[in-house]
Ligand binder design. Structure first.
Ligand code: KG4
Ligand code: ZN
Length: 348
């Protein structure tokens, strides 16, 4: 079964064709990242415009690279939540139009479920497993009980890990995205040079908080500026990266022990982080757990992961019709797919 995946939740316009949820036949990504770098973060209006300009060409190229015509596709899977609403709407509307015109089933896919599925593209891992999903907008520990049955065990109560890395990178005057820049310069620094707190909650040992760590970076930099002292940025970057990755992994390790998981999976943009990958490997070796990490090219946003998850959602009977909407937020475990709007329900 061939699924065409479409992804446009942030600044990547992506389309891919994946066979049986596992074999990537094509994977095309156009990104507006370079433009956002000028502003130190994603500008939603610019991202939406670039999606609208690129989407037809990207989908056409994905079909061509897979040596497919639209008639050869069995279903169209599209990211419908969570993400930037203007960005999501471009992909959702394009997918709805294409599904209607080509008479293909439409499968809505949750973006984070897609990130988890990026692991299916390069490994033969199957649920159940425990997954740390860490991206620019989310930091979750998820029990993946089956391909479509997920339960959140822990989550951030404020900033996501990627968001904290990006904001800390901005404070250190490093190029956007900060997560990537910090990973690059951290090996030049001393990771024990600066101290960071490890926030904990009385009512959940698995939940995260990263906003205090981000504020600590701001304080370190401002205090040094006020005293006219210079700060060694690689030391600060290395220490911050150590704090974030140690916190992420310590809660994951505890959850795996307490819930009895011996298959551990990483997913999301931050799973590209070298230290996170290295330390996850050490922890899993210590416990003799099996570790699965997406290939670097599938860590960031792409449509192959959406097509992979779309395949399993399709098999479990998930479908959308022309009333499919996009949602900026959506829990990973309780999905809303469709909200029929009555034509006469508006008050003028
Ligand atoms: O999954 P993703 O591409 O987009 C979202 O769904 O948010 O994640 C983007 C995040 C950004 O915060 C970026 O800084 C972070 O992933 N990231 C990294 C690395 N590569 C990307 N963080 C740390 N180390 C990296 N190598
Ligand atoms: Zn993402």
């Amino acid at each position: 079964m061939k699924i065409l995946g479409i992804e446009s939740s942030c600044d990547e316009t992506a389309a891919a064709v994946v066979e049986n949820g596992r074999k990537v036949l094509s994977n095309v990504i156009a990104t507006s990242l370079e433009e956002h770098k000028l502003y130190g973060g994603v500008v939603p209006e610019i991202a939406s415009r670039r999606h609208a300009e690129s989407i037809s060409g990207v989908v056409e190229e994905a079909l061509k690279n897979a040596d497919c015509k639209i008639e050869d596709i069995d279903a169209i899977a599209v990211t419908y939540a969570p993400g930037l609403i203007g960005s999501l709407l471009v992909g959702v509307n394009f997918a709805k139009g294409l599904a209607l015109a080509a008479d293909k089933p439409l499968v809505p896919v949750h973006h984070l479920r897609g990130h988890i599925a990026s692991n299916y593209l390069t490994s033969d891992i199957e649920p159940p497993f425990l997954c740390l999903v860490v991206s620019g907008g989310h930091s979750h520990i998820v029990a993946v009980k089956s391909y479509t049955e997920l339960e959140v065990i822990g989550r951030t109560r404020d900033d996501a890990a990627g968001e904290a890395l990006d904001k800390a990178g901005r404070t250190m005057k490093l190029p956007y995205p900060g997560g990537v820049s910090i990973d690059k310069i951290a090996p030049e620094g001393d990771e024990n040079a600066f101290e960071f707190p490890h926030p904990k909650f009385a009512d959940s040992v698995y939940d995260y908080s990263f906003s205090g760590l981000k504020t600590k970076v701001i304080n370190y930099v401002h205090n040094a500026e006020q005293k006219g002292e210079s700060i060694i940025i690689p030391d600060l970057a290395a220490s911050f990266q150590k704090a974030v990755t140690d916190i992420l992994l310590s809660h994951l390790e505890l959850a795996a022990e307490n819930f009895g998981y011996n298959k551990i999976v990483l997913a999301g943009g931050v799973s590209a982080n070298s230290r996170l990958r290295e330390k996850a490997d050490e922890i899993c070796k210590k416990h003799s757990w099996e570790l699965t990490i997406p290939e670097l090219k599938y860590c960031g946003d792409n449509a192959a992961m959406i097509a992979a998850q779309g395949y399993y959602e399709f098999l479990s009977g998930v479908r959308a019709d022309e009333s499919l909407n996009a949602y900026a937020t959506m829990p990973i475990d309780k999905l809303v797919v469709s909200q029929k709007v009555q034509a006469n329900s508006y008050e003028i």
